[in-house]
Ligand binder design. Structure first.
Ligand code: GLN
Length: 495
């Protein structure tokens, strides 16, 4: 039962074959037996069972039920859930319990979903391996010596290991698509503005988006439909109507014009990943697609531009964690070094609280961002990066005049070993070389399973579409899903 999709579980509950309480009990049992994977940072069994019983009661009483009634959804620990721990993978927020729900969470509640725990993540969503969590790394269910990707590694591993059929993650530079790829599941980053960011603890506000993880596209479409839409609490969320993604999923796009991105097949691409993506192209050719090579000439500047824009925004967003209002406050901020007694006690308190509360990668980003924004450098770095960002968007606009969907690998390599890239930030940053440009341009992207390496590690296929063309993205992905069975593969997790 734990391997079922959300759609299958909904059908079984409707048919009276099982209850939400039975489902969550089985999953909680499985979570207990697979604790070594370190998927959850918070999992309150009693609270989860109570939510499930309430849905079961409503079903029995014939009360109206939402589209996700009784279905467990694991939540990345960057999303505020009223009264529950929300740590962001950081020591800074170890004891923080928000007084309100993120909009994505209230929409899940309204749809009848069961909030199934908070999942591990890189601290403040900065990373590609979930190793930057203050609560230890998450293990990849396909190979426990490897990372699940990041920063939404806990959410991806939760779905891959069948600990929840659905999960929410966030994607600022690839943090939904890359972990989905290396965990062998589907992950979708919506268009910037499609899903409200209210209650999402900000990393880089102009790039962050919340999106779904699932085993297949029907489940992805269902969850995306629930969380999408305008929200008065987020002025960047848009009025654009939300199509019924699930209803149109099985209607193939009228024109299947696919662009192969030349720049996504360069140096650093693992040969097995390249081969699997080439095979995927053949599947589309067989399905009657018009395939064309396209170029995104500025994509080579994606990583450098991102590592100015994202740290600049993060240095501003993370300024609020200073030990005064909420978050970690140092116990001792007495002067320790010569000259420190010259610093005002309040400032010392903030300095020591921030030094203790943040991990190394977060500190690196704050320093990078502060530098890039500083007087005399902002034009050279930050404003230059914004110009590059505009060019990258221009490349996509030009490409989408010729084709409907762009295709390439999601991650240049399959899951790497724990510890392999922790000492080399640049190697870690390059994990997102194919995903980052979509965030800079604000366009939607999806990763779907498209193969396994000889060592049995999942490979992800990335598809990108024009702003608000999530339906095209899903329907195009569905053409591949129908022709292959990669989405049915599950890791053999002991537990
Ligand atoms: N890996 C990228 C980073 O470290 C992207 C993270 C994300 O999408 N949240 O910034």
């Amino acid at each position: 039962m734990s391997q079922d999709t959300a759609v299958a579980l909904l059908a079984r509950m409707k048919a009276g074959e099982t209850t939400s309480e039975e489902i969550v009990s089985a999953l909680l049992d499985r979570a207990e037996k697979t604790r070594r994977l370190n998927v959850f940072v918070h999992l309150d069994g009693d609270h989860i069972r109570a939510q499930a019983r309430e849905v079961d009661r409503r079903r029995k009483a014939g009360e109206p039920l939402g589209p996700l009634a009784g279905v467990p959804v694991a939540i990345k620990d960057v999303l505020c859930v009223d009264g529950e721990p929300t740590t962001c993978g950081s020591r800074m927020l170890r004891t923080f319990r928000p007084p309100y729900d993120a909009t994505a969470i209230s929409r899940l509640r309204a749809a009848g979903a069961i909030l199934f725990g908070k999942t591990n993540m890189d601290e403040f969503a900065m990373g590609s391996s979930t190793e930057n969590s203050a609560y230890g790394p998450t293990l990849n269910p396909w190979d426990e010596a490897r990372v699940p990707g990041g920063s939404s590694g806990g959410s991806a591993a939760a779905v891959a290991a069948s600990l929840a059929p659905l999960a929410l993650g966030t994607d600022t530079g690839g943090s939904i698509r890359q972990p989905a790829a290396v965990c062998g599941i589907v992950g979708l980053k919506p268009t910037y503005g499609r899903v409200s960011r209210y209650g999402l603890i900000a990393f880089a506000s102009s790039l962050d988006q919340i999106g779904p993880f699932a085993h297949d596209l029907a489940d992805t479409a269902l969850l995306l439909g629930v969380i999408s839409g305008r929200d008065p609490n987020d002025s960047t969320s848009v009025e654009t109507p939300v199509p019924d993604y699930a209803a149109t999923l099985d209607t193939p796009p009228e024109k299947l014009r696919i662009g192969i991105v030349r720049e996504f097949f360069g140096e650093g691409l693992d040969p097995e990943v390249a081969a699997a993506v080439q095979e995927a192209v053949k599947v589309y050719e067989k399905a009657g697609a018009t395939i064309k090579e396209v170029s995104l000439p500025h994509s080579k500047y994606g990583v450098p531009a991102y590592y100015i824009v994202a740290p600049a925004e993060c240095s501003s967003n993370l300024a609020r964690y200073d030990g005064t209002t909420y978050g970690h406050r140092a116990e001792d901020w007495s002067p320790k070094f010569p000259g420190e007694d010259q610093i005002a006690p309040l400032v010392r308190m903030m300095m020591v609280s921030r030094s203790e509360g943040f991990g190394a990668e977060v500190k690196r980003r704050i320093m990078l961002g502060t530098f890039a924004l500083s007087a005399g450098y902002a034009d050279q770095y930050y404003n230059k990066a914004l110009q590059v960002r505009r060019k990258i968007r221009g490349d996509f606009d030009a490409a989408f005049r010729e084709v409907d969907v762009l295709l390439g690998p999601t991650s240049p390599t399959p899951a790497f070993r724990l510890g392999e890239r922790t000492a080399n930030p640049l190697a870690m940053y390059l994990s997102d070389i194919y995903t980052i440009t979509a965030n800079l341009a604000g366009i939607p992207g999806i990763s779907i399973p498209c193969g396994l390496t000889k060592a049995n590690l999942p490979i992800g296929l990335q598809l990108l579409a024009a702003p608000f063309a999530e339906d095209t993205l899903l329907r195009t992905a569905r053409v591949f899903e129908r022709a292959t069975d990669w989405h049915t593969r599950r890791p053999g997790v002991q537990g």
